[in-house]
Write a protein that binds this ligand. Structure first.
Ligand SMILES: C[C@@](CO)(OP(=O)(O)O)[C@H](O)COP(=O)(O)OP(=O)(O)OC[C@H]1O[C@@H](n2ccc(N)nc2=O)[C@H](O)[C@@H]1O
Ligand SMILES: Nc1ncnc2c1ncn2[C@@H]1O[C@H](COP(=O)(O)OP(=O)(O)O)[C@@H](O)[C@H]1O
Length: 291
């Protein structure tokens, strides 16, 4: 197989708690992750000349070793002494620097795809061990689905699937650095921890209302302080009938959970009319895990 087309799916965090800080600056987390059917297309093509070529539909993304998808290819080429070269094309749709793991998911797709293309024979666990070297969210992006992520995000426990619903995504026109958000959190006292167990119970009971009522993200306060538009989008979604709304990851993307598509579409129109975000999408949850 000389060419492979893959879907790199984005995620939201239904819950994100930070339990402590490690000496290397990374944080111990307890997060509930959910994959969305909102994706970048990743095309891999073998080439006979050695080396990695990468490009994308977005002019501002790096076309070199700074791209996390490039790093994923390099890791496998070096470890397995792969003689062929590879061309990677990214057709991006997941908002960038948004808290939706777009880059991590691209890297996961490259690891997964190259494992097949070059018949490397790596198990999912072995792919995830390589993934975490590229970023804390990469192992989850390999696994997908509804998952409890602990450690720095790499200790994964599969959960019952998210009940059927519609997710509205709105990314205001600002970019957020994950590193800065975690650093800012270090200077605040965490007064209230999110109810991660409430989300786990809700999933166990397949109770969408309980899941939505238990959403919580300890990073939200940090990002909202800098960008109040996040709180405005949440309010707009709640007024429009969301069962719950919250910032994903380090932000600034906000998602709302809706029981039906009609209400979600009405909320879409309201967020757009208020000019709170330019990138607005309706997405289904994607509960199929990779094995
Ligand atoms: C916040 C979350 C929630 O899912 O996602 P995003 O908002 O980035 O999508 C993740 O914890 C982000 O994961 P990811 O974006 O893969 O992190 P990395 O590239 O490994 O790290 C970027 C920076 O975030 C900080 N970081 C990341 C993970 C973690 N458990 N503790 C941290 O302190 C570190 O400062 C690190 O330098
Ligand atoms: N393949 C990629 N897709 C998106 N961003 C990338 C990629 N490679 C490197 N980056 C850089 O990583 C940063 C974080 O991107 P992204 O993964 O979209 O955000 P997040 O971690 O918030 O989900 C961006 O500012 C971008 O410059």
């Amino acid at each position: 197989m000389d060419k492979l087309e893959l879907k790199a799916l984005g995620k939201i965090n239904l819950g994100l708690d930070v339990l402590g800080r490690r000496e290397n600056g990374y944080h111990d987390v307890r997060m509930v992750m959910q994959t969305l059917y909102l994706y970048d297309n990743v095309t891999l093509q073998k080439k006979s000349a050695p080396g990695i070529e990468i490009d994308s539909n977005l002019f501002y993304l790096p076309n070199d070793e700074d791209n996390i998808a490039w790093k994923a290819a390099k890791l496998l080429i070096d470890e397995f002494d792969i003689k062929d070269g590879i061309r990677i094309h990214l057709d991006k749709h997941i908002p960038v620097a948004a808290g939706m793991a777009g880059g991590s998911s691209n890297a996961a797709a490259v690891l997964y795809g190259m494992n097949q293309m070059f018949r490397l024979g790596l198990s999912q666990k072995e792919l995830m061990e390589r993934g975490v070297k590229l970023g804390a969210d990469v192992p989850y992006c390999i696994m997908r689905g509804t998952v409890l992520a602990e450690g720095i995000g790499e200790k994964l426990t599969p959960l019952p699937p998210m009940p059927k619903c519609q997710i509205l995504i709105a990314k205001p026109p600002i970019s957020v650095s994950t590193k800065m958000v975690y650093e800012k959190l270090d200077s605040c006292e965490i007064k209230e921890h999110p109810d991660i167990d409430g989300i786990l119970d809700g999933l166990k009971n397949q109770d969408l209302e309980q899941v939505a009522a238990s959403l919580g993200n300890v990073l939200e306060k940090v990002t909202v302080e800098a960008y109040p538009v996040i709180a405005q989008i949440k309010e707009c979604m709640m007024e429009a009938g969301a069962l719950g709304a919250m910032m994903s990851g380090s932000g600034p993307t906000v998602f709302g959970i809706f029981r039906d598509r009609r209400t979600a579409k009405e909320a879409f129109t309201k967020v757009k009319a208020q000019n709170l975000a330019k990138q607005i999408y309706l997405a289904n949850v994607h509960n199929v895990r990779r094995r």
